[in-house]
Write a protein that binds this ligand. Structure first.
Ligand code: HEC
Length: 147
């Protein structure tokens, strides 16, 4: 049973993503979804939609820092912009201005590290780091992501 499931798991993506450029887009969006999921933990706690939980906040912050250390270069392979493919919102400006994108990414990395320092120390501390962190997401989206 386990082998059947494993085989299905391995085979399904191979069939679904026959095109390498589309596969890259799926991976890129998966990367950003992970950022979104972890961001959602802070946001829900800050808004009071869930109780502040120091351990959960710290885990989300640790995940963010891990993701900020991930080398995303391969996720920006040529031929994977919104000009090339329908499924993506990654604007062609990214490929025209990689230095600018890297600078936005560096802003995000710094803000993630700042969040990691305070996420587990209290709701107010976590919420204080959330605005600046969210600002770095928006900073890149406004410049390099289609609406
Ligand atoms: C350096 C630029 C950059 C930074 C920093 C950035 N993003 Fe994005 N984000 C993008 C781009 C480009 C896309 C579009 C990807 C695509 O459609 O191929 C995107 C897409 C997304 C998506 C949609 C993924 C999907 O399902 O298609 C989410 C969610 C997201 N980002 C969350 C975040 C969060 C949260 C942060 C900050 C913690 C963040 N992003 C920081 C550039 C960035």
């Amino acid at each position: 049973m386990r082998h059947v499931l494993l085989a299905a798991l391995i085979a399904a993506p191979a069939l679904a993503y026959a095109n390498p450029a589309e596969e890259t887009v799926e991976a890129r969006q998966g990367y950003y979804k992970l950022l979104g999921e972890n961001m959602g933990v802070f946001a829900a706690m800050a808004k009071g939609e869930r109780d502040y939980d120091a351990a959960a906040a710290q885990t989300a912050a640790d995940n963010m820092v891990l993701l900020s250390n991930y080398d995303v270069t391969h996720l920006f392979a040529p031929g994977t912009s919104s000009f090339d493919l329908d499924k993506t919102r990654a604007l062609p400006d990214i490929w025209d201005d990689m230095a600018g994108v890297q600078s936005k990414f560096a802003d995000f990395s710094k803000a993630a590290a700042a969040m990691k320092d305070v996420a587990g120390q209290g709701k107010a501390e976590m919420a204080g780091a959330l605005g600046p962190l969210g600002g770095t997401c928006k900073g890149c989206h406004d410049a390099y992501r289609a609406d």
